[in-house]
Design a protein around this ligand. Sequence first.
Ligand SMILES: C[S@@+](CC[C@H](N)C(=O)[O-])C[C@H]1O[C@@H](n2cnc3c(N)ncnc32)[C@H](O)[C@@H]1O
Length: 185
Amino acid sequence: MEDMTYWKEVWERKGRDTTKSLEVLDGYEDTTANVAEIAKNIIKELDIKETDRVLEVACGAGGLAQYIKCKEYVGVDYSSSLVKKHIELLNNSVLTGEANDLIFKDKTFDKVFCFGAFHYFPNQEYAKKAINEMKRVAKKAILIGDLPITSHREEHLLYNMNDFKDWKIIEGYYNPNRFNVVYNL
Ligand SMILES: C[S@@+](CC[C@H](N)C(=O)[O-])C[C@H]1O[C@@H](n2cnc3c(N)ncnc32)[C@H](O)[C@@H]1O
């Protein structure tokens, strides 16, 4: 789905939902995902410590953020309505922005992650820019999660494990058609 506006509008609408459920706002309601378990896995893989500065790219309303305990958490998301909800519900530091153009200086964060968003990107070039941005602002490690190999939705951008040669590959946390990758800097 090369047209950026399609998914952006979906996520803007989602943020206008009156629910206070972070799982629903982040779009997990029709999945088998256990968001607390996913967060636990990310914390373990990235070894997130209370002394770490952490950036979540495409953070949504904070479904995962609610479980991250660290020195400083910052979220970025392109849906201004979800950013507003995230701030209202969790009072985190969250900015409206795009994954391929992060406003932070080089090496601002110890750990950077992005879960459940890369399939909404318009094309592979965009995804490469987002990865380069994550590498640029990270000091120690990056995790990209929930990358689909195949999907029931033709609007999803798909990924291939072979494109992540220097990365540690981890099987999907709840969906066998997806995988996660970790990069240590
Ligand atoms: C399934 S939700 C995941 C939210 C959160 N990471 C979680 O797992 O709870 C997908 C999120 O990706 C965001 N998103 C999608 N494409 C994006 C982009 N290009 N830049 C920034 N955010 C994006 C959406 O607005 C939405 O909040």
